[in-house]
Design a protein around this ligand. Structure first.
Ligand SMILES: *[C@@H]1O[C@H](CO)[C@@H](O)[C@H](O)[C@H]1NC(C)=O
Length: 557
């Protein structure tokens, strides 16, 4: 009897609740996709989602890098509110054994939907931390953040995951460490009493060892696959990853076809290193990058096919996006093809407020509910997903302060203007730029307080460090700020002046006021160095630490 009483209201409650399939590509540029103007890359499946649904042309990531952008995406708030803004040069979770990550107290759209009776799953990349205090506490793990099922990479795809593919940001860091250690030895040892020097030498060597171990063992430490709470592969076999992620995503949809579900399919593509799947290798006109992109498109097609063949299309909101813009500095030596193409927009991944790093593809498809072929040019944010999902799941419970807005009025054509009058563009914890869409005007003003210093000079990008940094000698501050009108100058090539723009003073005044209001609502606890450092006791591990190692049994795939 109790089963009937519990089940019936739940069923009634769940009637009319749509499913959600959110697909996020890593590092994909807006200029990489056919329906955003690319005529040499074949993306028929992504283009089809757009022609059957709504395409957003000003869809903005809350940050130009994975960890803060993804944090904002799943919480509906700027990363700073969750303490995910970085204070130093490393702006992302760098080791799975760091203690930083999405705080357990945060709320995600998955948590909210779970409370509304949804089955929730994350397949693919997480990159928002794992442990807080000890191995296996999993305080930052997707299972703790509302995803009842998790299969994938608690970290991310990384060059270090594949031998011979070079190193990522770490190369620069490793060099710095090396120099630091050397300096300490040279400066300290010769000038001190022998016994002091010996103790110091021992300490330095110990510190160096603790530091180098994670660098040498990076593939083992960081490139792993978990299913829920268990490490099932360490280090991961990259070759079979695309099929496994696709299979898991498809199975999740099939398993849950008869009740409301949320699937966040967070692809490992198109982050380097590039996959070499035989069916796609050498097929595109843009080298390995193009091959990988066409594989992404194929995967998106397979997911769409799964939704459609189960008869779920008319009750499923599908969403396609990238976490931020393409990584210009990540060039592929073989073909010269860069990590991504951001079209007419300036800059890319990790370039502060420049448009190329934050304006990403954004597509919604929901046949029957959303008009096919609609285009929305108004500013929208990845943070809008959270309130949109809540609205559609009929979640009216109180919530903390959000930075996103329900997108349904814009998507359905019931509203013509976005509720985002202001948007704040961050580089780590530093407020880099503000976007203002004044009421009653087409203009999209962007006010840059500082911009990254490109290196070598003359390049668009920070090729010397592989990513641009947010502070000190790495940036140039602008007084008065650099101002552009993206509506007339989307490439940010002609800064406005009081002579060319009658509203110049008003723009500075309005944005300054908005910044003040925004700042008064922020907290200060952020991702400091200490949260990023590798800690042996936090290292996820199958087997007995430090001898970690296991393989997923893929025989039945
Ligand atoms: C299409 O994408 C490729 C790969 O990123 C890029 O090299 C090319 O310039 C793009 N073409 C256009 C017209 O944007």
């Amino acid at each position: 009897i109790s089963i009937i009483f519990v089940k019936v209201p739940m069923l009634l409650l769940n009637l009319n609740k749509p499913n959600f399939v959110l697909m996020m590509v890593d590092d994909l540029g807006i200029g990489d996709v056919g329906c955003y103007g690319n005529d040499t890359i074949r993306t028929p499946n992504i283009d089809r989602l757009a022609s059957e649904g709504v395409k957003l042309t000003q869809h903005i990531a809350a940050a130009p890098l994975c960890t803060p952008s993804r944090s904002a995406f799943i919480t509906g708030r700027y990363a700073l509110r969750s303490g995910m803004g970085s204070t130093g040069r490393v702006q992302v979770v760098l080791f799975l054994a760091g203690s930083g990550g999405l705080p357990p107290s945060e709320t995600t759209f998955a948590k909210r939907l779970q409370q509304q009776g949804y089955t929730t799953g994350l397949v693919g990349k997480w990159h928002l931390g794992v442990n807080c205090e000890y191995r296996g506490d999993h305080c930052h793990h997707p299972n703790q953040h509302g995803f009842s099922y998790f299969y994938g990479l608690p970290f991310t795809l990384f060059n270090d995951c594949v031998p011979g593919e070079g190193r990522d940001v770490l190369a620069d860091l490793q060099e710095t460490l090396e120099q630091l250690t050397m300096c300490q030895l040279i400066v300290y040892v010769p000038f001190h009493r022998k016994d002091h020097a010996r103790v110091h030498l021992k300490n330095t060597l110990l510190a160096t060892a603790v530091w180098y171990v994670p660098f040498i063992l990076l593939p083992t430490w960081n490139c792993i696959i978990m299913r829920n709470q268990e490490v099932i592969e360490q280090p991961m076999t990259v070759e079979t990853l695309p099929q496994r992620l696709l299979g898991e995503a498809q199975n999740f949809i099939k398993r849950n076809a008869d009740h409301p579900f949320l699937l966040f399919f967070s692809l490992a593509h198109i982050h380097t290193p590039m996959f070499k799947t035989p069916a796609f290798a050498g097929k595109s006109r843009h080298g390995r990058y193009g091959d990988n992109l066409e594989e992404v498109d194929w995967i998106i097609g397979k997911i769409t096919e799964t939704v459609d063949s189960l008869g779920l299309a008319s009750n499923t909101l599908m969403y396609f996006a990238s976490d931020h813009g393409g990584h210009l500095e990540d060039s592929d030596l073989q073909t010269g093809q860069k990590g991504g193409w951001n079209g007419i927009y300036k800059g890319g991944k990790a370039m502060g407020g420049w448009e190329g790093g934050i304006r990403v593809p954004g597509i919604f498809r929901w046949p029957g509910r959303l008009a096919a072929g609609k285009v929305v040019d108004e500013p929208t944010s990845l943070m809008d997903l959270y309130p949109t999902l809540k609205y559609l799941a009929k979640d009216t419970q109180p919530d903390r302060q959000l930075d996103g807005y329900n997108l349904m009025p814009l998507l359905e054509g019931k509203a013509a203007r976005s509720e985002h009058e202001f948007m704040f563009h961050y580089c780590g914890i530093y407020l880099n730029a503000v976007r203002w869409h004044p009421p009653g005007s087409d203009s999209i003003f962007k006010v840059h307080f500082f911009t990254p210093n490109f290196s070598p000079p003359g390049a668009v990008g920070c090729y010397d460090t592989k990513v641009c940094l947010c502070h000190g000698e790495h940036v140039t501050h602008h007084t008065p700020p650099l101002v552009y009108d993206l509506f007339h100058d989307p490439s940010e090539s002609r800064p406005l002046t009081p002579d060319t723009e009658p509203r110049f003073a008003e723009i500075l005044e309005q944005t300054a006021k908005a910044v003040e209001r925004h700042k008064s609502t922020l907290t200060n606890e952020q991702m400091t160095w200490s949260k990023i450092l590798w800690r042996p006791w936090l290292q996820p591990c199958c087997g007995t630490f430090p001898f970690c190692g296991c393989k997923e049994d893929t025989a039945q795939l």
